[in-house]
Design a protein around this ligand. Structure first.
Ligand SMILES: C[S@@+](CC[C@H](N)C(=O)[O-])C[C@H]1O[C@@H](n2cnc3c(N)ncnc32)[C@H](O)[C@@H]1O
Ligand SMILES: O=C(O)C(=O)C[C@]1(C(=O)O)C=C[C@@H](O)C=C1
Length: 278
């Protein structure tokens, strides 16, 4: 089945590489296709961000998350708006630094972007990627940290990104993490949270789940791949409702909480701290 939209599949991602947004550019190395769940697994283990996943991650996320490239593009735009001079930017659960590298284009040299992830394979690959990039003296610097975002100290932050990361944190730890982000933000600073969500209404849940699976099928995943990945994520990716997210962000002390993006069961929310930027 093929649709008219520019899916990662019809963008021919096998022969050319992605830029940080997952768009096609010729100067990048070829992106490896995700075939992790293409053959039957005797027992499907819990999903982990290990070497095997890291190897195919850009292809996997682009073919699995509807709107991923759009969200990344807007993260760059939002960084341009919210990052304040002499502050820190945090990319929590940075993976291979897709958001970090886009934000860096908007972040002045007196700022530091802290790219944080607890998966050693992700961090090793990100460090190699950064070593291969010539630093631009006009842009902010990137510091890479292999750490648990729930324990990572944050201070003097103007923009914080949790792009598809909160969903992997134990639900009982989420409020503490969001409170820490709200405390670390300067007045007028902002947090962006992108998540897979669930729905209280059974019909909405079933419809958007089906539409997500149609999206995956249209991007070349088989029913077996979809089913096995679903099993692998069952205890690892724990979606919550939009109301749970919004209420918890207000409870953390944010002044304005607004869902700005939704594609099927994936959303992105912007939460702004009160006060004017100096
Ligand atoms: C779906 S990926 C995030 C994608 C990435 N933000 C992007 O925009 O391309 C989730 C990431 O969160 C990381 N992660 C999950 N739990 C974490 C934790 N407690 N501390 C740090 N990183 C975590 C995983 O290792 C993984 O790289
Ligand atoms: O929900 C799914 O089926 C997914 O594959 C989603 C998802 C995510 O949202 O992070 C899960 C694991 C990978 O990181 C890439 C995509």
């Amino acid at each position: 089945m093929s649709f008219g939209f520019a899916s990662p599949d019809n963008a021919n991602l096998n022969t050319t590489g992605p830029d940080p947004m997952g768009r096609v550019e010729n100067q990048q190395p070829p992106m490896k296709r995700d075939r992790i769940y293409s053959l039957p697994h005797g027992r499907v283990g819990d999903f982990t961000f290990d070497e095997q996943v890291v190897e195919v991650f850009p292809d996997m996320i682009a073919r699995s998350v509807p709107g991923y490239a759009s969200i990344l593009s807007m993260i760059e735009q939002l960084a341009g708006r919210f990052v304040q001079p002499h502050t820190n930017v945090y990319d929590l659960g940075c993976s291979l630094g897709a958001a970090t590298l886009l934000m860096q284009r908007q972040v002045p040299r007196d700022c530091t972007i802290h790219a944080v992830d607890n998966a050693p394979a992700m961090i090793d690959r990100l460090r190699l990627k950064l070593q291969a990039t010539l630093p631009d003296p006009n842009q902010g610097t990137v510091e890479v940290h292999q750490a648990d975002v729930c324990e990572f100290p944050m201070t003097n932050a103007s923009f914080v990104v949790l792009n598809l990361t909160l969903q992997f944190i134990a639900t009982e730890q989420r409020a503490t993490l969001l409170n820490a982000v709200a405390d670390a933000l300067v007045p007028g600073g902002a947090l962006l949270v992108s998540e897979k969500i669930c729905f209280e209404d059974a019909k909405q849940q079933s419809l958007l789940n089906d539409l997500h699976h149609d999206f995956k099928r249209a991007n070349g995943y088989s029913d077996l791949e979809i089913a096995q990945k679903r099993t692998a994520l069952e205890n690892r990716l724990l979606p919550e409702t939009m109301k749970t997210h919004v209420d918890r962000l207000y409870a953390a002390g944010f002044d304005c909480v607004v869902p700005w993006f939704q594609c099927f069961n994936f959303v992105s929310i912007l939460a702004v701290k009160a006060g004017a930027a100096p």
